[in-house]
Ligand binder design. Structure first.
Ligand code: NIG
Ligand code: FE
Length: 398
């Protein structure tokens, strides 16, 4: 195994509170990191860095842990820029366009889906993302959801069954039958292919009772839980996620005091997706209220063709800082350590000996530039340990 040493790191953020300045950011100046391809082997002062097979000189640049994008819908066909244009001209988002992506995805070949996913995975990687969660949810038939999970699995280990995205058109007059299908045959076929189950518990999607039923069945089938909640209204999704000890409840755009207090008292992470508010021209969730109450906040791209066709974590961080009053450090932590907590992982989103060798060398002397220079080419080099997605991406982009 080739070892590599990154030297002359001007500002290193580790997220390890036992390292460097011993804050939650675990920050040090003039640092070096040694990697063995898979894992972090050593972290310390650049002047004391041990030899390695390969030397990378960061020349004073900032280094941060690879971003952990804990919420994406990466496997889909088509695009919906016409809906975006209509929203920018004043229309409201109500989830109605999901059916269009379902139709386009059903019509696509598996090779087309793999290729489209590879392209988007690569865009995320080029923005510094080294762990990416991928959901199904754009076929809404048993065979179709299996197909999407199958594609997702070749790009990530963090794969989520989202058969309960919306009730598809063909079940419009018999939604109970669709809930039965998702919690029955579809779940049985999909559970072996996924780690997580998710439900869109919101206005126009699934009620709290329907969502609870599906999630409890999913847990019985061995899946861990996450929830899309409170994006379009005070849907009860946050309370349900906390009740079920879901790893994460995502969106949290409309939350009341009780929701905030419940999140703060739980280990369910509030994952905020400001790309969705940007792209639907909606009010942003109140990150400050959640953070000040003591809730754990993660940031993710929500990459999907309807509400957030975003593949840049830097852009998400900039939105969080500018529009949701998060500090630059809170936003960076939420996109790394917070994402890892939302996926219940302790080997990513952090740089310490034994953690996965995932890091980003920025084109900047300080990590604050991620928000300070939005839209800039801030990522100089992304190092990621696992070879699996790289191979799937290479094959499908060839
Ligand atoms: O996270 N909210 C539900 N699902 C996606 C949007 C899906 C779509 O509009 O295609 C989201 O915003
Ligand atoms: Fe989503």
């Amino acid at each position: 195994m080739t070892t590599r040493v990154v030297v002359n790191i001007g500002e290193l953020t580790t997220n390890d509170p036992r390292f460097g300045d011993e804050t939650v950011m675990g920050r040090a100046r003039d640092a070096a990191v040694v990697l063995d391809g898979e894992r972090v082997l050593w972290i310390g002062p650049s002047a004391k860095a041990p030899d390695a097979d390969e030397l990378i000189d960061a020349e004073g640049a900032a280094v941060v842990p690879g971003f952990v994008d804990s919420h994406t819908h990466l496997v889909f066909a088509g695009e919906r820029s016409d809906e975006f244009e209509a929203r920018m001209a004043g229309e409201r988002y109500d989830g109605g366009g999901i059916g269009r992506t379902v139709a386009a995805t059903r019509a696509a070949t598996s090779a087309q889906l793999r290729r489209a996913t590879a392209r988007r995975w690569n865009e995320l990687f080029n923005s510094g993302v080294t762990t990416v969660e991928i959901k199904s949810g754009y076929e809404l038939t048993t065979e179709g959801e299996v197909r999407l999970l199958d594609v997702a699995r070749s790009f990530s280990d963090e794969v989520t069954f989202l058969g309960a995205h919306v009730v598809p058109e063909e079940f419009a007059s018999n939604r109970d039958a669709y809930v039965d299908l998702v919690a029955g045959e579809m779940l049985d076929a999909c559970a072996p292919l996924a780690r997580w189950a998710d439900v869109f518990c919101d206005e126009g999607a699934f009620s709290v009772d329907e969502s609870r039923r599906i999630l409890l069945k999913a847990r019985e089938a061995g899946l861990e839980l996450r929830v899309h909640g409170n994006q379009l209204g005070e849907s009860g999704g946050v309370a349900l996620a906390v009740e079920l000890d879901a790893a994460s409840v995502d969106h949290c755009t409309h939350v009341n005091d009780r929701d905030v207090a419940m999140l703060a008292a739980s280990r369910t992470v509030a994952t905020l997706l400001p790309g969705a508010e940007f792209s639907t021209r909606s009010a942003y969730p109140s990150a400050r209220r959640l953070l000040d109450a003591g809730a754990t906040v993660a940031l993710a791209t929500d990459c999907n063709p309807g509400t957030s066709y975003v593949t840049s974590m830097g852009f998400v961080i900039a939105l969080a800082v500018r529009e949701m009053s998060m500090t630059c450090d809170e936003a960076l932590w939420a996109a790394t350590g917070g994402g890892a907590m939302a996926l219940r992982r302790d080997d990513v989103g952090v740089l310490r000996v034994g953690a996965r060798a995932d890091l980003v060398i920025l084109n900047a002397p300080r990590a604050a530039h991620l928000a300070y220079r939005p839209g800039g080419a801030l990522v100089q080099h992304t190092l990621r340990s696992g070879a699996k997605p790289t191979r799937a991406v290479r094959e499908n982009l060839a």
